[in-house]
Design a protein around this ligand. Structure first.
Ligand code: AMP
Length: 413
């Protein structure tokens, strides 16, 4: 099906043509007509599926036809979980709106940059506001922003925003925006908490799911290599040389590990860098640009920083440290094999990771062969399984405390 059947104006068609988009992706094919018909939507869509354009295009289309066009009133609010995704979505609005008779004013509101400048930009005139939820709330609390003209409310990668407290934050936002609006919610997964939030936001939403939900995952060659922890660095260097991977994204458990290993690899002559939430926003943007431009070959990243990364040419994703959850596994490996290309995902596991990886396999409904690489064979024996003492009721941390701890650790990454 070509884009021309979806009911988009010639101006947007021109932008699509200039961007080299020849036909809509499956999610775009389904979502665009529904948004144009003013429906609320709950879409199950992954990054890489073309989901951003599936809401950007119809919003621009509607915005360009609406009466208040050009009056610089905030008509669309898009919340995303990360700064990078915010910038990418804003960029998509700008690229796709470039040939409209009147171009929309798009403002991004993200942490790591001055809040005053952002408020000023909004007050100077803003049609489309793209923001990370945390910073958006900071701006909202300043009570200097008028959201009463809002027509579109979008949550992008909503499941990534679901830390503790988001539900309450959302209440604050909902109080400030008109009841009558169109709501679009995009999420890769729909856990019960997500459903609850969805029910608060949307009215009679249409559910959009893809027949082949994760088309990207099937084109990923997933490998599991057994190796002792202390041999992971040498093995990675060996594989980089022997397998000739070009752009490699390596996931690390935390910021310090990412910094340390990037430094080590640089010493060994690789073009490598680290990417995590502690870096200044301009450094993050710069590093990402260098990686996209292939001036950096290996990026050592934490989960939080890598969310929503829009890079099409990652040859290989390496789980140097395993992800905490099966959902993160799918999310990580989905960074490769984007835009119809194929990719490789390699997980390093040692004795102590076996159980955790089996759980990831079970939840992701996969079963992978274990490999060993000559010269880096797994040595030693699995540590004996010791059962901890029975928990004493009332003495341990409550479930809520544990979740809180986990959430603050995740935030710190
Ligand atoms: P997303 O899932 O929105 O992050 O998009 C993933 C990538 O696919 C981005 O780099 C988009 O520019 C690209 N893309 C989105 N839609 C299309 C399309 N219809 N044709 C070609 N590329 C697309």
């Amino acid at each position: 099906m070509p884009f021309s059947t979806l009911g988009l104006s010639v101006h947007i068609m021109r932008a699509l043509h200039e961007s080299g988009y020849t036909k809509p992706t499956p999610v775009q094919e389904k979502v665009i007509p529904l948004v144009l018909a003013n429906h609320d939507i709950l879409a199950r869509a992954q990054t890489g599926s073309g989901k951003s354009a599936s809401f950007v295009l119809p919003i621009l289309e509607q915005w360009s036809k609406s009466k208040g066009e050009g009056k610089s009133k905030i008509k669309a609010l898009i919340l995303t979980p990360t700064r990078e995704l915010t910038q990418q979505v804003a960029q998509t609005f700008e690229t796709m709106g470039a040939f409209l008779p009147k171009q929309p004013k798009v403002v991004t509101v993200i942490g790591g940059e001055g809040i005053g400048d952002q408020l000023y930009a909004i007050q100077q005139g803003c049609d489309i506001l793209v923001a990370t939820s945390g910073r958006f709330l900071d701006v909202l609390k300043k009570k200097q922003m008028n959201l009463s003209y809002l027509e579109f409310f979008v949550l992008d990668e909503a499941d990534k925003m679901l830390d503790l407290g988001f539900a309450e934050e959302l209440e604050l936002i909902l109080q400030e925006i008109p009841l009558k609006r169109q709501n679009l919610l995009f999420s890769a997964t729909y856990p019960p908490k997500m459903e609850l939030i969805a029910s608060k936001i949307t009215t009679n939403p249409l559910h959009v799911t893809m027949e082949f939900e994760e088309p990207t995952v099937v084109s990923i060659h997933q490998r599991v290599i057994e190796v002792n922890h202390e041999n992971r660095g040498p093995l990675l260097r060996h594989l980089l040389n022997s397998e000739k991977w070009e752009q490699v994204l390596v996931f690390m458990a935390n910021k310090r590990a990412a910094d340390n290993i990037a430094m080590k690899f640089k010493k060994y002559g690789f073009s490598a860098d680290s990417f995590h939430g502690d870096l200044l926003q301009e450094d993050r943007t710069y590093t990402l640009e260098q990686f996209k431009a292939k001036k950096i070959r290996i990026l050592f990243a934490t989960d939080i920083a890598a969310r929503g990364l829009d890079i099409d040419d990652i040859t290989c994703v390496v789980n140097f440290d395993l992800p905490r959850s099966p959902a993160d596994y799918i999310h990580r490996i989905g960074r490769t094999a984007r835009a119809g290309k194929s990719g490789i995902a390699v997980s390093f596991i040692s004795h102590e990771d076996q159980d955790h990886f089996v759980l990831i396999e079970k939840r992701s409904k996969i079963k992978l062969n274990r490999e060993q690489i000559a010269g880096f064979e797994l040595k030693g024996t699995p540590p004996p399984k010791v059962r901890g003492p029975e928990p004493v009721k009332g003495k341990g941390k409550s479930k809520k405390d544990k979740l809180r701890e986990q959430a603050s650790q995740n935030k710190g990454n």
